[in-house]
Ligand binder design. Structure first.
Ligand code: NAD
Length: 382
């Protein structure tokens, strides 16, 4: 692993590289000399340590704000992207998923797992890493941790949706499920939507206590509650973010009145939901990408032709968001590849200014592109 050396090229410019540029990047070395990696071999890599440095240098509120702008920009050009439901490998313990997409110039994917029983075994429920690559030649331009980045992008996505769907002037949010994602959600709703008070509930009191501690200096009024019913009292926004590999019932129909926005992010797998069917049925439902949400979201409980609106249509003005004060809106979020693409694009754009990355010798790049075999031989005889 080397420290960053060559200046980075914006992801969007990679496709215009000329043959001369490639030669210059690869460098000219005599054919017989033992191979040193060419510049084309190196891929910028953001470790967990460097991701934390990026967050701390830019500042969490600024990063959430800037990332939400990247998300909205990509939602606006939704139709340019390749889209498909993510590829999921299910087991009795959880799921491992690959989430690919491309805008024609840049390709991105995330590897992510979801193992609700992990917490009790001392592992995290969700971990992730991701890649951006040039469509023009397939070479990666970024490899990064995405466990932290997923928490940031999920929080930023929730707030982008709430901007169009939550009641005007909402100031109180209930946060049910106080695990990993919790404080990121709260920070984003405070920074970007002006939420003043958050009411926390988790079946595990240690999780709530942890969130109370972490939010102590956030400037938001934090109330620890003893039940979901207590938590939702007076809340105009209810976020559910629990992890359980079953059809759970975190909210029942009789718990929720009118004029509420539900940000349901925890139910994201077949057989893993958080809301009672009658509540889902009563709500006006907004989703990221309907073909994936029908498999993984709350709406897996409804008939496959139940009416839903994709968020990008609202952002583009092609469909209505909240249309009355009394409306019950539901953002049935499962997390979609384009959101990770936006987050990867954002991180890639921060590398040059923050310098918080290393370069991995990751792509085998022989002087003669056909002579991979010879490159190994020359390395062996060096
Ligand atoms: N929609 C998205 O884009 C997105 C993104 C990230 C995570 N997720 C999902 O969100 C969920 C939470 O993720 P996390 O990383 O915070 O997990 P986590 O394991 O860190 O936290 C989950 C919390 O839920 C609590 N919980 C479980 N059942 C509960 C119940 N009945 N009532 C109240 N609390 C309960 C647990 O005690 C735990 O503290 C997971 O299911 C994950 O797959 C979705």
């Amino acid at each position: 692993m080397l420290k960053a050396q060559a200046p980075l090229m914006p992801a969007s410019q990679h496709s215009s590289e000329s043959a001369e540029t490639r030669t210059a990047l690869r460098g000219s070395r005599p054919r017989d000399t033992p191979p040193a990696p060419s510049q084309l071999a190196f891929v910028p890599f953001v470790s967990v340590d460097n991701m934390m440095k990026i967050v701390n240098q830019i500042g969490l509120p600024t990063m959430l704000r800037e990332m939400s702008a990247y998300l909205e920009a990509d939602f606006e050009r939704w139709e340019q992207f390749d889209k498909s439901p993510r590829v999921a490998a299910h087991s009795k313990e959880g799921v491992i998923e690959l989430m690919p997409t491309s805008d024609g110039a840049t390709y991105g994917f995330k590897y992510v797992n979801g193992h609700p029983a992990n917490m009790a075994r001392g592992f995290q429920t969700v971990t992730a890493f991701g890649v951006l690559a040039k469509v023009s030649n397939g070479y990666p331009v970024l490899l990064t941790e995405m466990t932290i980045l997923t928490a940031l992008r999920t929080a930023a996505t929730s707030v982008v949706a709430a901007k169009y769907l939550a009641p005007a002037g909402a100031s109180v949010m209930a946060m049910i499920g106080n695990g990993t994602q919790c404080e990121f959600q709260v920070a984003a709703f405070r920074e970007l939507l002006g939420i003043e008070s958050v009411r926390l509930y988790d079946i595990d009191r240690h999780a709530t206590d942890k969130a109370v501690r972490n939010l102590a200096t956030s400037g938001i009024d934090v109330v620890a509650c003893n039940s979901a019913v207590e938590a939702i009292a007076g809340a105009q926004i209810v976020t559910t973010c629990t992890a359980d590999k079953q059809y759970a019932t975190i909210l029942t129909d009789d718990m929720i009145g009118t004029g509420v926005h539900i940000n349901a992010i925890g139910g994201d797998c077949p057989g893993k939901t958080e809301l009672q069917r009658a509540l889902v049925q009563r709500a006006d439902i907004f989703v990221e990408y309907a073909p994936q949400t029908r498999i993984e979201g709350e709406i897996q409980q409804l008939p496959p032709d139940h009416r839903v609106t994709e968020l990008w249509q609202v952002i583009n003005g092609d469909a209505k968001g909240r249309s009355s004060d009394g409306e019950l809106t539901l953002f049935d979020s499962v997390g979609f590849a384009i959101e990770d693409f936006s987050a990867l694009r954002y991180v890639h754009d921060q590398l040059e200014t923050t310098g918080h990355f290393t370069k991995l010798d990751m792509i085998a790049d022989p002087d003669d592109p056909r002579d991979l075999f010879g490159m190994i031989n020359r390395a062996g005889s060096a």
